[in-house]
Design a protein around this ligand. Structure first.
Ligand code: PLP
Length: 417
């Protein structure tokens, strides 16, 4: 019951990288991302038309989208800029899933222009979409099972969450779009995020399989695809285990054979839209110790802050920390590891046992590859860091430069002061 918190670089290698790219920065391990992507696709090779639409919001960098597209991934987008990112990365047409909510009309227009599959969040969006750009041939609905399922801490319980159609609305919605000319139909549900118990996803698959059978029986509607969505968690803590993808796939396959096949609905395409598990464990936030402070507690002050990674502040999330060159040293000190924001929750770790830290040490924060750089912001005049890609040959490619003061001032008209 453990996950090794290894790094894809040595202290010497990261020091050489820092000489050209000042800290803080995010660095992504290309080889590990590709290996993991291939493993996911291989695990679900049995599933008809299996497609993984990478949830762009996790790591919205076109270099990564292109890398994943090369492995057969599509893109799950939820806004106009995300649609354009996918387009620029060469992902278009039905390789894009547009799963958004509270959607502005012009975003539906762009999604249709790209030929994306539109996954509607609400029954009222049917006439809204029709008015904006017409009802497309292919359409999907997001299902919220309400009290029938429980959720988790990130999205909350389905009954309290803002997303999706009720069960009754699904039937009514499919009738409506069928009358309006839609010919190909999909069903989607996204209930939980960062879940490590694979049983949860098997249960979601079963729920969608059973709904597909009911839709066939009650209104002779043949779904073309089921989108099991994302939410597969990652072992942020060393004492957690990653989801066993092969076992997950085998259990979903067993449900498929028990339900979909005898109902005559085979082949039913299976889609997923994972974000976190695709890039999360393979991105690292690299920073340097600026200050040590000893008051009522001991503080380590980094040159990174919550603007580089806000998950600890937002969710109280654990992120493992490695002090370079001290991997084997006893963790006999207890520190709060902080950033420089004028907010007391700007802490990467609270009461963390670590080796004795000195000013200038390189501190690496693990599992920052999803919802890390992406959640960055400029509060307190913080500038977002660079993103680097560590290539399989050990070289480094700058895939997003760090923001400059000019970027910060770009939206201000100081000439009119
Ligand atoms: C965030 C999101 C995902 C991906 O979730 P992960 O937990 O990163 O796998 C998939 N679909 C939708 C609609 C999302 O909002």
């Amino acid at each position: 019951m453990a996950t090794e918190k290894n790094l894809p670089f040595t202290k010497q290698q990261i020091e050489a990288i820092i000489e050209r790219h000042p800290t803080p920065f995010h660095i992504y391990d290309e080889r590990a991302i590709v290996d993991n992507a291939r493993r996911l696709i291989r695990a679900f090779a049995w599933a008809p038309g299996y497609t993984e639409y990478f949830a762009v919001k996790a790591t919205p960098n076109p270099h990564l989208l292109k890398l994943l597209a090369g492995e057969g991934f599509g893109a799950d987008c939820s806004s106009l800029p995300e649609l354009v990112l996918a387009e620029r990365a060469g992902v278009t047409g039905e390789r894009i899933m547009f799963t958004s909510n509270d959607t502005p009309a012009h975003e539906f227009v762009k999604a249709r222009e790209l030929g994306a599959i539109i996954n509607l969040d609400d029954i009222s969006h049917i006439p809204f979409l029709e008015a904006a750009c017409g009802i497309p041939e292919v359409i999907s609905f997001r299902y919220n099972p309400g009290p029938l399922r429980t959720g988790g801490s990130i999205i909350g319980h389905p009954e309290e969450s803002k997303y999706g159609f009720t069960r009754e609305q699904l039937f009514e919605g499919y009738r409506l779009v069928r009358d309006k000319g839609a010919r190909r139909f999909g069903l989607h549900s996204f209930i939980i995020s960062n879940e490590l118990n694979r049983g949860f996803f098997v249960e979601t698959a079963r729920m969608l399989f059973e709904l597909a059978i009911e839709l066939k029986r009650e209104m002779d509607l043949r779904l073309e695809f089921l989108n099991l969505s994302g939410g597969i968690g990652i072992p942020y803590r060393p004492d957690q285990d990653a989801v066993d993808l092969e076992a997950l796939s085998a259990e979903i396959k067993a449900e498929y054979e028990r339900t979909i096949v005898p109902a005559g609905l085979h082949p039913m395409k299976i889609f997923m839209e994972c974000g976190r598990m695709v890039t999360g464990p393979y991105g690292y936030l690299v920073s340097r110790v600026l200050h040590l402070k000893n008051i009522y507690k001991q503080y380590v002050g980094l040159d990174a802050c919550m603007a580089n990674l806000m998950r600890p502040a937002l969710y109280g999330a654990y992120h493992h920390i490695t002090v370079m060159g001290k991997e084997g040293a006893p963790r006999d000190r207890v520190y709060d590891v902080t950033g420089s924001l004028c907010e007391n929750n700007d802490k990467f770790a609270i009461d963390r046992a670590l080796p004795a830290i000195e000013i200038g040490d390189i501190v690496v924060i693990h599992d920052a590859g999803a919802h890390g750089h992406a959640m960055g912001f400029n509060y307190n005049g913080k500038l977002r860091s660079a993103e680097l890609l560590l290539r399989p040959d050990g070289s480094v490619k700058l895939i997003r430069r760090a923001e400059t003061m000019d970027d910060y001032f770009a939206t201000l008209d100081v000439s009119s002061l």
